[in-house]
Design a protein around this ligand. Structure first.
Ligand SMILES: Cc1ncc(COP(=O)(O)O)c(C=O)c1O
Length: 359
């Protein structure tokens, strides 16, 4: 059966060449006579996979040498606790930008470990725009400011960031590797792997080394950035299979020309879809133009009663997982790196047929 186009927000579509390679190697990795998921994480073979993945990830993002790269458990949500546990104190204060669902989740968890000040929010306008950096009201003694550059559910993003006088922390779960970023503008970048990196179960952290060594005493060892760094992300058994697949995704991305090259494709994919939506008087997307995400494109149908029909018929047409998050309604097309441009073309074609049929 041919593969269908998967617009799911995560776990998301994987590049097909990576899946094929994994399939070929699944029973016998590298002539060892066993699967890669059966070998010890302490073996020389796995350590080579792990180190190569880190090297490629660093290359793709041009991560400076004074940053550590960690591979972690617990996806992005674990980082919501790890960030304040490692970088803030119960008496101190931190700043958070409230841009939607995922920012709110980060805020709620951080409040358990420190004092959170909301530096900016767009909640009063239903998160239709991303608070501009120059509107952030940072606290005097803040340990850091946290924001979510790409809100996966709302479909809004902040394209870039200027230098900040306090450390900037970013939940880059759904934006990482989609466009070039200047890592040196951040003190810490984290995310879950299951959008542009690989299978779920793996997380990544890129942290400036001078922020290490500040964990609160209650921080569990397994969640302590310094110990994870010292243990080369192997304080205990890591998610080895996900790490191995991530390594293959990094190689795949490099073979396409890296983040600069995929960013051209991603911007083209997103532009096509937004242009079609904007040209239609049936479909709509209400996010402020400059804050529209190129990874997650939510859109509403002119008539909500047609939502189920849209989902049934798109599924029949081989276009999967287009249902929007319940908090936003309508549809959402997640068009991550692994979703081929033909998938976007097929979606637009389907949307056009649908509107002519029912509107
Ligand atoms: C921006 C963002 N942050 C956090 C999360 C939570 O990720 P995880 O399920 O890996 O904890 C998600 C999941 O979609 C996300 O999109």
């Amino acid at each position: 059966m041919p593969r269908k186009f998967n617009f799911g927000a995560g776990p998301a579509t994987m590049p097909e060449p990576v899946l094929k390679e994994v399939q070929e190697e699944l029973l016998d990795w590298n002539g060892l006579g066993l699967s890669v998921m059966e070998i010890s994480h302490r073996s020389a073979e796995f350590i080579e996979i792990a180190q190569q993945a880190e090297t490629d990830f660093r290359d793709l993002l041009s991560v400076p040498d004074d940053y550590a790269v960690l591979f972690t458990h617990g996806g992005a949500t674990m980082q919501n606790a790890m960030v304040p546990l490692n970088l803030a104190s119960p008496e101190g204060i931190v700043d958070y930008v409230n841009s939607g669902h995922w920012a709110k989740r980060s805020i709620k968890e951080a409040e358990r470990y420190t004092n959170v000040h909301i530096a900016a929010t767009s909640e009063e306008e239903d998160f239709k725009y991303f608070p501009a950096q120059d509107s952030w009201k940072l606290s005097e003694e803040s340990s850091y400011v946290h924001y979510t550059p790409n809100e996966t559910i709302g479909g809004l993003c902040l394209k870039s960031i200027d230098n900040s006088k306090i450390p900037v922390i970013a939940d880059y779960s759904s934006g990482i590797l989609s466009e070039p970023i200047d890592v040196s503008k951040f003190s810490l970048i984290y995310g879950g792997a299951q959008k542009n990196i690989g299978p779920s179960g793996l997380g990544f952290v890129i942290v400036k080394k001078d922020l290490l060594g500040k964990a609160q005493p209650i921080t569990p060892n397994l969640l302590n950035y310094t110990l994870i760094h010292e243990g080369e992300s192997m304080s205990n058994t890591p998610p080895t299979f996900a790490w191995y697949v991530a390594g293959k995704v990094f190689k795949w991305l490099k073979s396409l020309g890296g983040v600069e090259a995929i960013s051209i494709i991603n911007n083209r994919k997103a532009k096509k879809l937004y242009s079609y939506i904007d040209s239609s008087n049936f479909y709509s997307n209400t996010i402020k133009a400059e804050n529209r995400s190129i990874m997650n494109v939510p859109f509403l149908l002119g008539n909500d009663e047609l939502n189920d029909k849209f989902l049934d018929e798109s599924k029949e047409a081989g276009l999967l997982a287009l249902k929007g998050h319940r908090s936003v309604g309508g549809m959402r097309a997640s068009i991550y790196n692994g979703l081929p441009e033909e998938g976007v073309d097929a979606l637009i074609e389907f949307m056009d047929i649908f509107v002519k049929k029912y509107n």
